[in-house]
Design a binder for this molecule. Sequence first.
Ligand code: DX5
Ligand code: ZN
Length: 224
Amino acid sequence: MQQPVRIAPSILSADFARLGEEVRAIDAAGCDYVHIDVMDGHFVPNITIGPQVVAALRPHSAKPFDVHLMIAPVDPYVAAFAEAGADIVTVHPEAGYHLHRTLQLVKACGKKAGVSLNPATPVSVVEPVLGELDLVLVMSVNPGFGGQSFIPQSLEKIRALRRMIDAHVAAGGRPIDLEVDGGINRQTAVAAVQAGADVLVAGTATFQGGPAAYADNIRALRGG
Ligand code: DX5
Ligand code: ZN
């Protein structure tokens, strides 16, 4: 069942020279999750942050850290991000040979497990592992950079995943967040929620205008 909309600002669009303050500011502005994009310059063409930065940010907010790992191989780093303070660890199926094993590794670290689907990755990939999942993330841009335009075909994938998750829950499965990431603004947020998303990642749309605007930005993304 679709849950109330939650907003997960991507700190990729924050001021990296003041990351702790930025995390405190989005927390105070009413975000639900803190979305942390981890990139390795190999799985995606950009390099961001590692577990030490996640650990340094941990004291700045008690809200769930939603850590999106865009790194390959991913298995050798799962424990480090778990220990650094991740609450949700999301991986891409292309980042290792054995997705089920990777998800078991996340669970063994005591963390919530997510799978992220690139624009060209079919939704059927998650069907065999729904029982292991707490979150499915639909990439609505190609991963690597903030500030890209929403790919409209993502909406059909969100609809298909909404049906899949609802059937899973109706059959006794645990609830699974349906998160969308990339190009979310006030307009695409409405379309994504109508399609069935219940967690919206937003980098540009949260951080635009600076700290004084964060609360209004988050409220607008939530639907006013
Ligand atoms: C892209 C990242 C996104 C990105 C979103 O690889 O996963 O989280 O930062 O940025 P916006 O909201 O600016 O599209
Ligand atoms: Zn992300």
